[in-house]
Design a protein around this ligand. Structure first.
Ligand code: IDP
Ligand code: MG
Length: 140
């Protein structure tokens, strides 16, 4: 069943580069409502857990180091067709291939340090929202 929520993270590179405000403005301006949000930092263990699906990939160690290298903003966003529309808004994983105007085209620096996360399915959106937030921290 399709749902209307997705989970995003503004990654450590975008936080370090001062892009929290610009990225949140683009999300909200594109029709996504913030229903949960926190400024936090992942430990290596928690970053590894979040990206466990990638643990056999050659970039896993680099990804875990990067995602635990500084603070992030985690948020649950609500919109019709949230998962698919948000993936369109952020653009391709590799910013060199991301469509002009997308968040990754504007703010990402490399395929690894690519500014934002967006859930890839409704099932993962729900799992990832509960990874970051208690039910009492989500205001639908
Ligand atoms: P996605 O974030 O667009 O869904 P995934 O394939 O799920 O992309 O990969 C998760 C994250 O792992 C990416 O956002 C990026 O930070 C990192 N990553 C993916 N591919 C590479 C790579 O080839 N080199 C380094 N990091 C990568
Ligand atoms: Mg993914």
């Amino acid at each position: 069943m399709a749902t209307n929520r997705t989970l995003t993270m503004i990654k450590p590179d975008a936080v370090r580069n001062g892009h929290i405000g610009g990225i949140l403005e683009q999300m909200v301006g594109s029709g996504f409502k913030i229903i949960a949000m926190k400024y936090t930092k992942l430990s290596k263990e928690k970053a590894g857990e979040f990206y466990a699906v990638h643990k056999e990939r050659p970039f896993y160690g680099e990804l875990v180091d990067f995602m635990s290298s500084g603070p992030i903003v985690a948020a649950v966003l609500e919109k019709d067709n949230a998962v698919e529309d948000f993936r369109t808004l952020i653009g391709s994983t590799n910013p060199a291939e991301a469509a002009p105007g997308t968040i990754r085209a504007k703010y990402a620096t490399s395929i690894g340090e690519n500014a934002v996360h967006g859930s890839d399915s409704d099932e993962n959106a729900a799992l990832e929202a509960s990874f970051h937030f208690a039910a009492t921290e989500i205001f639908a």
